[in-house]
Design a protein. Structure first.
Length: 107
């Protein structure tokens, strides 16, 4: 698969993650004051913790996708960032923002 095809996949995935993360952040911004009832407080704080985790995961994926897009521009996409070997098309199809080959990822 050509880098241009991966660019399209990465841009599509980036748009999806950005939309999802905007919804997560909107919910985080609308968390009201902490209720007096301890059970309600526990649920609210648990929900907030889950949302913060989703936000952190999305930010990491956004960063990885942007790095992959930059590597396409630089002509280094598809080469392992550690050893320089090909990452492999199967790995890139499964994880288009993979920076390392299977051997380096395992080690």
């Amino acid at each position: 698969m050509e880098p241009i095809t991966f660019r399209a996949l990465l841009n599509e995935r980036l748009a999806q993650v950005l939309r999802r993360n905007e919804r997560v952040n909107a919910r985080l911004r609308h968390v009201n004051g902490i209720p007096d009832d301890w059970e309600e407080r526990a649920v609210l704080l648990g929900d907030e913790e889950v949302l913060e985790g989703l936000d952190a995961d999305a930010r990491a994926e956004i960063s990885a996708i942007r790095t992959a897009l930059r590597r396409i521009d630089e002509g280094t996409y598809g080469s392992c960032a550690r050893c320089g070997a090909p990452v492999g098309e199967a790995r890139l199809r499964a994880l288009p923002f993979a920076l390392t080959c299977v051997v380096c990822a395992a080690g």
